[in-house]
Design a protein around this ligand. Structure first.
Ligand code: PLP
Length: 219
């Protein structure tokens, strides 16, 4: 099926409150433009350099989401235009985002990435650390970043019971933190293989790549 048809089918199945991030990493601009012409405006990339190149070539009404692990020394390249950074996992990174946002006179929205998977390869902070960060003086002093929610990636496994447990844990964490911080609105969880389950578990933002653009050869 075409990118357009894939997008249409996914969108038809989504509840109204769920935002769809089209994960376009490794795909050429022509593929992204096909999605754009089908109405898609939120794109997710996991490499800053690649996102910058695509940003420069594409229409300016696109919201660019950085969904990958962020190196502090590269924040400056996306600070001018990025609309949401999903993978914030330390105060040091948040401080750098704040600094670069300030130099562009912007407030950059961020999600805290919570480690919910068993695998060591996945990044993220603990629920306790996220809670501490959100309530800290140091965070409140940062005027050019706003934490608007949480993001998580489940373990890569066929065992859907395990994935469900991880999603439910993230939703519980989200609900708890929301009682302390009313700015938390977005819960980013779910990818091609598990977004339906993620939505059942309370996700309101899914990050879908291969089900829209087809399989990737690498990454
Ligand atoms: C690649 C990626 C996705 C999309 O994965 P698919 O399985 O292709 O839908 C979602 N989230 C993150 C963080 C990713 O790196």
């Amino acid at each position: 099926m075409s990118i357009k048809d894939n997008l249409k089918n996914i969108k038809l199945s989504l509840p109204e409150n769920v935002a769809l991030v089209a994960v376009s990493k490794t795909k050429p601009v022509s593929d992204l433009m096909e999605a754009y012409h089908a109405g898609q405006r939120i794109f997710g990339e996991n490499k800053i350099q690649e996102m910058v190149e695509k940003y420069e070539q594409m229409p300016k009404d696109i919201q660019w989401h950085m969904i990958g692990h962020v190196q502090r020394n590269k924040v400056k390249y996306m600070a001018e235009f990025v609309s949401l950074i999903h993978g914030v996992d330390s105060f040091k990174l948040l401080k750098e985002i704040n600094k670069q946002a300030k130099s562009h006179n912007r407030i950059i929205n961020c999600l805290l990435q919570i480690k919910i998977a068993e695998e060591d390869s996945k990044f993220g902070m603990s629920a306790e650390d996220a809670s501490t960060l959100l309530q800290s003086e140091e965070y409140l002093e940062l005027k050019n970043v706003k934490i608007v929610g949480l993001m998580g990636m489940a373990t890569f496994t066929e065992d859907m019971k395990q994935v469900e447990g991880e999603f439910r844990f993230l939703k519980t964490t989200f609900d708890q933190l929301k009682t302390q911080n009313s700015e938390l609105k977005t819960l980013s969880m779910g990818m091609s293989g598990d977004y339906e389950l993620a939505i059942e578990c309370g996700s309101n933002m899914i990050r879908v790549g291969s089900s829209i653009f087809g399989a990737r050869n690498y990454q």
